[in-house]
Design a protein around this ligand. Sequence first.
Ligand code: NOJ
Length: 546
Amino acid sequence: MNKYWYKNAIIYSLDVETFRDSNGDGTGDFKGLKNALPYLSSLGVTCLWLLPIFETPNRDNGYDVKDYYKIDPRLGDLGHFAQLIDAAQEEGIRVIIDLAVNHTSTEHFWFQESRKSKDSKYRDYYIWVDEKPKDAEKNMMAEDGEDSSSWKYDRTAKAYYFHSFYAHQPDLNISNPQVQEEIFRIMHFWLKLGVSGFRIDAAPHMFKERGRMDFDGDPHQIFRNFREFVETQKPDAILLAEVDLDPNQYNKFLGNEDQMHMLFNFYVNNFMYLAFAREEATPLARALQRMPEEITEKEQLATFLRNHDELNLDKLSRNEREEVFKAFAPEENMRIFGRGIRRRLASILGNDRRKMELAHSLLFTLPGTPVLRYGEEIGMGEDLSMEGRSSVRTVMQWANDKNGGFSTAPQDKLIRNVISGGDYGYEKVNVSDQLRDPDSFLTWISKAIDYRKEFPEYGWGRNQIIDTGNPHVLGHFTKSAKGMGVAFHNFSGKEITVELEMKEEDLKDLVDVFGNIRYEKFDPEKPKVRLTPYGYRWMHKKHNFL
Ligand code: NOJ
């Protein structure tokens, strides 16, 4: 058993309902996903992250859970889920599932009971107060002008409950040991069904002090208990947390190899976009320098370009965010919540193949495990006519066929729009055509994934920035016991040659392995690195002593 599989996994995130429909009802399902596994395996994916699959009123894309033990019936049933897990295993693909336990839906049985009476055993599953406290911060999901309080009055309970997110998502009181017990049981159940771990939604919110000052001791003990529980049940299962905080908080959530195995690197993500907007490497280099000193053998960061939400730019200063907005979301309709962009990566980068390769080359070489999002591998765009974050949640484009090959249902029965027409429509952007085209982005991305797998050093060891002497060029390397991976990225539209001032021993035996073109052979004696506009080069060396 490879306990550290996640250090070098290729994670692919998708929402079952928008991926592939097998029965023609307009909604993607487990069977459809199962049929698509050979495609994912040939792409090089080794782990699927499924967005919430539980029974839900679906007012927040499934992050509003009604019953953690039931599958959303639109996707199939538990039997279909078991079949999916088996089929994925046969393809060498693990499955992790999204677990949102910071909150439930108001429709959850616990909440229904909780609101009924102060004496209910479920009352303390949620956070109730009689008087509405004054909120210091605006609610995360409030648009300007909306009621921005995180406390909502409930007439049945005659009290206010706390919600970090939408009002229909009351926060669970995680400090309550009974709630913790419930979470263990839920994890137990899904681990037994064969998942390889959980994406922990909204992890830092679980500890917010507001309204529940009654944590008995260090709240992080709860995550230590989660980790211990998960590892006891299944030693190779992982916890991958959404910790959307400053990097100085990362260690608090990784703990002493005893809390989360992995954290999404939101910070580097934000500064990557600032770097793209400025066509300068410096913001990203600085962000990388703020990463924890040491990511141990058992821990990992998850690198991503675009997740399933808005591209939340709240790690940037107001001015920096404005710069990114100006470059990538010039119209108001492209923005959301005052902090994010509701566009996909390909359109943000103007469908410029050079920039898309540059961005993905970073994804595969920056310290951490890469997480791809469905449709990214073919360069899907967004549908701004759809409300809120749905713009980036359109159905997968499989072929230049009815509904982009997603479903045989009549178009008006589709769970979400399919993008048709224009540069990003399924007629031009689809899996089937790109699979047959040796020069397509899809072909390029599977090649890049092959290289990433061949040189796993990028996922291990300590990352260091190379002083390239040029603000447009990022140079970085990662050394592990097995070897060293080096990469250079030119953020600008100009050809640049940099001269390296690296230790002789580091330069020795360094060879080019991958790049946007076939560059002239790298000569460690005259260490110059030429990069075409938006060009990138990966270099490598094996340690002699191994
Ligand atoms: C974070 C998820 O990524 C987002 O989609 C969701 O709305 C909130 N958590 C609430 O669950």
